[in-house]
Write a protein that binds this ligand. Structure first.
Ligand code: NDP
Length: 297
């Protein structure tokens, strides 16, 4: 029997723990605050930001939302980030990506105070992660690590294969899996679009993390018997639905399930963890900045 991971259940458990941390902080006179900044007319980005704000409200975190006209120059965004960096009621800052083409994403990430960088993408925080001394683990890979722990998937000594090498998922995922300590100590391989014979690598995986952004590219022929398959992909494909599309992962779920022991569905797998871990990082940021200790879940 294949176990299908319930991401909503794990996310709810983590969010309950985060909510308790938020209460501890508020009782000590510190209301954790997360600022989201949207500089885009993209519908999906608007949806992501409003989901983040909604979860803040549910967990007792104060949400602040800022919108900047995408036609404005980069300075409008940088000035706003500077204000948020200086505002003591804001503990976490999230600039929703992508930003308009006339703005260099790397400049945006560098501008955010690393102590408020709850996405974990500032070079200082990336460096700390690689060095094994993470301050804010990037939300999606951290969520994967939490899912693996929740389902008692042993990473130590496991062959882990990550498909994808992006800065937001693939690379930090591999970095987490390879670190010393709990949730790490995996023998980790990173595959990407230039990998020769991808299937030869993925078939060897005890833990296979798919983060390529290619709809249903991983099928049973690429999954070894007994593997744990974590599907990070969220891809819109045309479908005969009300919206005209549906969301599918990078894994062909029905096919891969034939070989996998444990597998995530899409939706309802990794997705819910990403917001939960953003909330986690926000209370962590508030705790670090205020000196009020919290017991993170
Ligand atoms: P990117 O497009 O930034 O990176 C994709 C990576 O996959 C690249 O490293 C690319 O290789 C590699 N790749 C692409 N095609 C292939 C292929 N055929 N074979 C092997 N490797 C391939 O994507 P992201 O990392 O941002 O996102 C990946 C997926 O995860 C997307 O579907 C995205 O929507 C989803 N996502 C989900 C989140 C969640 O909350 N669940 C959060 C973030 C992302 P190369 O570097 O050589 O180009």
């Amino acid at each position: 029997m294949t176990t299908v991971i319930d991401g909503n259940e794990t996310a709810e458990r983590i969010e309950a723990g985060v909510s308790t941390c938020a209460t501890t902080l508020r009782e000590a006179g510190v209301t954790p605050g997360l600022a989201t900044v949207l500089m885009s007319d993209d519908g999906a980005s608007e949806t992501y930001v409003s989901m983040k704000q909604q979860t803040c409200e549910e967990l007792g975190i104060r949400g602040y939302h800022h919108e900047i006209d995408p036609e404005e120059p980069a300075s409008a965004l940088f000035d706003r980030i500077d204000e948020l960096n200086a505002d003591p009621s804001i503990h976490g800052i999230l600039v929703q990506m992508p930003v308009p083409d006339h703005i260099d994403k790397a400049d945006v990430l560098k501008r955010i105070d690393p102590m408020k960088d709850v996405d974990g993408f500032h070079p200082e925080n990336v460096g700390r992660l690689v060095a094994g001394n993470a301050r804010f683990k990037p939300c999606t890979p951290h969520g994967v690590q939490k899912l693996l722990a929740a389902y008692d998937v042993e990473t130590e000594g496991a062959e882990a294969v990550v498909v994808g090498r992006s800065d937001i998922v693939g690379k930090p995922m591999a970095n987490l899996l390879v670190q010393y300590g709990e949730g790490g100590n995996a023998t980790t391989t990173v595959c990407h679009s230039r990998t020769d014979d991808l299937a030869a690598h993925t078939r060897e995986a005890d833990i296979l993390v798919a983060a390529a952004g290619v709809p249903e590219m991983i099928d049973a022929s690429m999954v070894g018997e007994g593997a744990t398959v974590i599907d990070v992909g969220i891809n819109r494909v045309d479908a005969d639905t009300e919206k005209g599309y549906e969301l599918v992962g990078d894994v062909d779920f029905e096919s891969a399930k034939q070989n996998a022991d444990i597998i995530t569905p899409v939706p309802g797998g990794v997705g819910p963890l990403t917001i939960a871990m953003l909330m986690y990082n926000t209370v962590k940021a508030a705790s670090l900045q205020s000196g009020v200790p919290v017991d993170l879940p």
